[in-house]
Design a protein around this ligand. Structure first.
Ligand code: B12
Ligand code: SF4
Length: 458
């Protein structure tokens, strides 16, 4: 079959730098593409985020080679754009089957098909097997993990998918199908799938069980990324957290060192998964930045949101990362369930205490992503939370516009957010100057956020 996959579906660009995320590669889509190609299908990958144009113009490119299937990957904030693109594709070529996958469709498949009639099918969770079965000609009714529309328009939900391919059976991501220059040759690496934690504001679109990729295979993929695709930087952020497991993490770092594959890499992980030996191996294998989800400076808030992180341990890790010579970004969420002015003051104090050790900080306002406990609480008004809108464009991490809180107005939270950014960066002239002169992607992003907030305050 002839298949087009979309890496992202972001047609409308946020004007606010707080919301803006640079173009990035989605490893899940690249693996689905590789599976389909291995099965003999023709696959093209497009990405509206890296090119200008309306949904109609973009649909013309998609339909150029008369695809049988168009697969769209969408986070919540992109789902309406994905629908506009699917609608434009249908207007040009009604027989093309449109399949939506990724986080939003996995959390709300039935609602998504009802809300957006231009999608024919939604895949719940991992997309490799359902897409292979669909492209292989299986009837939609027989594909586990698929929610689909019958000819008459009724939406059918199939059985939940229970079988997931082992990493050894999946091909490496098909990076050759992308113009990697548009992504700065920053390639994501998938070291494991599915985070074992269940924070109340997070959602996993992949199977419930955490699977680790063999270290040897990860190092092979890095080698291929460098030698074949010209990778200049790697991101291990794709699974949610790396390292998650000490032995696995050490084996990967030592493998990179022994094959001399020391290009700069970035990762997100948990502060309770790092120690000196591991951090040293990470540094020696090229790790430059570690982003840590601290979320709150109040221990009770951390328990209530199910983060399961100890703040003293987090503090120790942040200092240790600095000592070892890796840069860190500490990330907080403002407006968690049960948040009070006192707990926010603790978050502020914790961030400022860590300022000498952490290079960057991010202060996001809680967004109720579908599929999360926070979304469920907001839907039924628990903990003083409320859903303000179902305009999915407004569901981005930093805007704060989708949720109402009992203890604060959104305006108050935004002011607090601005104050925290100001204090973190302006309180340290060294940090502010460093950001102004930086070319590092994460630092440039922080600078943009900071300047946006400065503009708002003036
Ligand atoms: C790493 C990560 C990032 C990375 C890279 C994302 C990527 N995937 O490449 C970066 C830093 C760029 C990022 C950015 C953002 N992220 Co993020 N991110 C994650 C994280 C930690 C892991 C994602 C991941 O790689 N999973 C593993 C891969 C293998 O899975 P996958 O890409 O989803 O693909 C599989 C399935 O989803 C499915 N699938 C995906 N696409 C398709 C398409 C088709 C056709 C089919 C059939 C199937 C299918 O099949 C794939 C393979 O099995 C998750 C949290 C988590 N633990 O899951 C949050 C998460 C996905 N992020 C989230 C958000 C909100 C964002 C931002 C919008 C935040 C912002 N505004 O700042 C931006 C995205 C901006 C944008 N619109 O592009 C939310 C999404 C919630 C939602 N419902 O939208 C999550 C769930 C975190 C949370 N708060 O709950 N993120
Ligand atoms: S926030 Fe981080 S630790 Fe918590 S469930 Fe999501 S990826 Fe895992």
């Amino acid at each position: 079959m002839n298949i087009v996959l979309l890496n992202t579906c972001a047609i409308s660009r946020p004007t606010d730098h707080l919301q803006r995320v640079d173009p990035h590669l989605r490893v899940g889509v690249a693996v689905i593409a590789a599976c389909l190609r291995r099965a003999g299908h023709a696959v093209r990958i497009l990405d509206p985020r890296v090119q200008d144009g309306s949904p109609g113009q973009f649909a013309e490119q998609i339909t150029k080679d008369q695809p049988d299937i168009v697969g769209l990957s969408a986070f919540t904030e992109e789902i309406a754009d994905a629908a506009d693109i699917a609608g434009a594709v249908k207007a040009i070529r009604p027989e093309t089957r449109t399949v939506v996958g990724g986080y939003h469709a996995s959390a709300t498949p039935l609602e998504t098909l009802r809300e957006f009639p231009m999608f024919d099918m939604a895949v719940v969770g991992e997309g490799e097997m359902p897409m292979l079965e669909l492209a292989g000609g299986n009837a939609p009714a027989s594909i586990a993990g698929l929610v689909w529309r019958e000819d008459g328009g009724a939406v059918r939900t199939n059985a939940v998918r229970r079988d997931f391919p082992a990493f050894e059976d999946l091909p490496p991501p098909a990076w050759d199908l992308y113009d990697l220059a548009l992504y700065g040759y920053r390639l994501p690496v998938e070291p494991s799938r599915t985070c074992p934690f269940r924070c109340s504001f997070c959602f996993q679109a992949t199977s419930d069980k955490t699977r680790y990729k063999a270290p040897e295979r990860i190092v092979d993929e890095v080698e291929e990324a460098v030698r074949r695709h010209g990778a200049r930087e790697l991101s291990f952020a794709s699974a949610g957290a790396f390292p998650l497991n000490r032995t696995h993490g050490l084996a990967v770092c030592n493998g990179l060192i022994s094959r001399n594959l020391r290009l700069p890499w970035f990762t997100t992980t948990r502060a309770d998964k790092l120690d000196r030996e591991l951090l040293t191996a990470m540094r020696d294998s090229g790790c430059r930045y570690v982003s840590l989800g601290i979320e709150s400076g109040d221990q009770e808030m951390l328990s209530r949101c199910n983060k399961g992180l100890n703040l003293e341990q987090a503090e120790e890790t942040i200092r240790l990362i600095h000592e070892v010579g890796i840069e860190s970004e500490i990330c907080f969420v403002l407006g968690l369930p049960g948040e009070t002015p006192a707990s926010l003051a603790k978050t502020r104090r914790f961030a400022m205490k860590m300022r000498p050790y952490a290079t960057l900080a991010s202060f996001a306002i809680l967004t109720p992503f579908p599929g999360t406990d926070v979304f469920r609480m907001a839907e039924c008004g628990a903990e003083g939370l409320g859903l303000v809108t179902r305009d999915w464009h407004l569901y981005s991490k930093n805007s704060g516009t989708a949720l109402s809180h009992g203890a604060f107005t959104v305006r108050q939270l935004k002011r607090l957010q601005a104050r925290m950014y100001m204090e973190f960066y302006l309180g340290s002239p060294v940090k502010a100057l460093r950001l102004l002169g930086s070319k590092n992607m994460r630092e440039v992003l922080s600078l943009r956020r900071f300047l946006t907030l400065l503009g708002r305050m003036l």
